[in-house]
Design a binder for this molecule. Structure first.
Ligand code: NOJ
Length: 531
């Protein structure tokens, strides 16, 4: 039987920003539960929730202080249980974001570990007498001096996110217990944060530099990591029907492809496709082809273009709505498991700030601090901070016009058309031409056609700005023509028995030889192979 996740479309919910249910201005479980009908209607069948465990939120929950509770900002365990039950009743599965690589410095494990050199938990984290040159991924040294015992501890991210020592079997056992707890709470799987970071090189050699940039040669993707991940996968997969998606922070397909497959994680995020910085249809196409060529039969790509760590693709790609629809069409019809980022379905835009005091993201704030330290003016430092900050895509879901947060100091790389700023769900629900209605149609189409869920590519082509592919399950073939160019194209030789399915520019089309595809049109048709 086909695994449920192969047929699913996931939707990422950034916990504090999706829906506030108790009026304190912060998203929570009661809020999400109240929007399950919206999500069902949209047509998604999987949710990925960013971390919801108690946390000082230095990095918005990716610094967990208690793995067994719900952060009070998001409600109670009872609220969580109601939410899971209600989601399941609607056929929506839920995966929890789990941070196995590091804990908050406020976690009792770390507090105990740092209390003395002979504490039994000392070895749960990575302590050294001297730092090496490894840099934190948020900037600055990855080592922090701790006065209590006069040693340095390692943190790949903020100093409040302390890396665990996964070579210690007790750490592994503690984390397996955590997974068991949430699996028994009926989560349907996990999104595993920075999972390729669990091991560092025990030689602690300095990382090399290319120019000013450090190459992270010894602090991720180290020997032994695959075995650890296989153990995690085997543990989770003892429970029937559980799904694992790994965040392997790399755009290098050679690295990404190590981490998924039958014995390993079910899928990893394909940053090699999703994180293209500016719009380039040919690069996206090359990413699809390279992935298709590199992956084995048991490996399936993921498709996403936005997340809580990235600029929203609609802003990143220039703000054009037609183009955004084409990208959405690609994401929901190409081969792979799609992950929609909340708000993209209504065309929400990036946000930037002209006031550093309004910035929340640790990466942006760190960028600001380091820029000032390097002699930049506060104006220049703000620009750097806005570039690095992930607040961009973390603004509240715009349910109606009251939720619009406003835009200021829009930097040159973000083009925001005036008429598109104040998008919201309420305005789009009943508008057949809205972005929201388009996403619904696409999701509906995907739900109705097995070839779009599990079909192989029959062809995958690129020509003059048009990506086209056919996907088939042997019974029918769905043909997707995505004309990203400003020129009308005529396509021949697509086969017989063609039927119109969906277009961004028209409601119907007579199909025969020579199919005209308008500029910036997504056109989806099908060929019936056997009746
Ligand atoms: C990846 C998460 O997606 C990101 O938001 C976080 O800052 C880092 N991992 C560190 O946990």
């Amino acid at each position: 039987m086909t695994k449920w996740w192969k047929q699913s479309v996931f939707y990422e919910i950034y916990m504090p920003s999706f829906k506030d249910g108790n009026g304190d201005g912060i998203g929570d479980f009661a809020g999400i539960s109240s929007k399950l009908d919206y999500l069902k209607d949209l047509g998604v069948n999987g949710l990925w929730l960013t971390p919801f465990y108690p946390s000082p939120k230095v990095d918005n929950g990716y610094d967990i202080a208690d793995y067994y509770e719900i952060d009070s900002d998001y409600g109670t365990m009872a609220d969580f249980e109601v939410f899971i039950k209600e989601a399941h009743q609607r056929g929506i599965r839920v995966i929890a974001d789990l941070v196995l690589n590091h804990t908050s410095s406020a976690h009792p494990w770390f507090q105990e570990s740092k209390s003395s050199k002979d504490h039994p938990k000392r070895d749960w984290y990575l302590w050294r007498n001297e730092p090496n040159n490894w840099e934190s991924f948020f900037g600055g040294s990855a080592w922090e001096y701790d006065e209590t015992t006069g040693q340095y501890y390692y943190h790949a991210f903020a100093k409040e996110q302390v890396d665990l020592n996964w070579t210690n079997p007790e750490v592994k056992k503690a984390m397996f217990d955590v997974m068991k707890f949430w699996l028994e709470k009926e989560v349907d799987g996990f999104r595993l944060d920075v999972i390729n970071f669990l091991k560092v090189n025990d030689s602690y050699q300095d990382n090399p530099y290319v120019g000013e940039e450090q190459t992270h040669l010894y602090d991720k993707d180290q020997e032994g990591i695959l075995t650890t991940i296989e153990e995690i996968a085997a543990f989770v997969h003892q429970y029937p029907d559980k799904f694992l998606v790994g965040e392997v922070g790399s755009e290098d397909l050679e690295i990404l492809k190590r981490y998924s497959g039958l014995e390993s994680l079910d899928v990893v995020f394909n940053f090699n496709i999703g994180s293209v910085e500016t719009f380039d249809s040919e690069r996206i196409f090359r990413g699809l082809v390279a992935t298709e060529e590199a992956y084995r039969e048991d490996q399936i790509p993921t498709l996403f273009f936005s997340s809580h760590d990235m600029s929203r693709f609609i802003s990143r790609f220039g703000g054009d709505l037609d183009r955004a629809k084409l990208v959405a069409a690609l994401m929901l019809t190409a081969k792979g498991v799609p992950f929609i980022y909340f708000g993209d379905e209504i065309g929400m835009r990036d946000w930037v700030t002209d006031d550093i005091n309004k910035m929340k993201d640790v990466q942006g704030l760190m960028g600001y601090k380091l820029a000032l330290e390097s002699g930049k003016t506060s104006e220049e430092a703000l620009r750097v901070a806005n570039e690095k900050s992930r607040d961009k895509s973390r603004t509240p879901m715009q349910w109606d016009e009251s939720e619009f947060v406003g835009f200021s100091d829009v930097p040159p790389w973000i083009t925001v058309p005036d008429d598109a700023l104040e998008v919201n769900v309420a305005d789009q629900l009943d508008d057949p031409d809205s972005m929201l209605s388009f996403y619904k149609s696409l999701l509906g189409l995907r739900g109705e056609h097995a070839s779009l869920q599990v079909g192989d590519y029959e062809f995958l082509r690129y020509e003059d700005g048009m990506i086209s592919f056919g996907r088939t399950d042997g019974i029918e073939k769905v043909i997707v023509l995505l004309n990203f160019s400003d020129v009308v194209r005529v396509v021949d030789g697509l086969g017989e028995n063609l039927e119109f399915l969906l277009s961004t520019k028209r409601n119907d089309l007579e199909l025969g030889e020579g199919i005209t595809v308008f500029e910036n049109e997504a056109l989806i048709i099908k060929e019936v192979l056997s009746r």
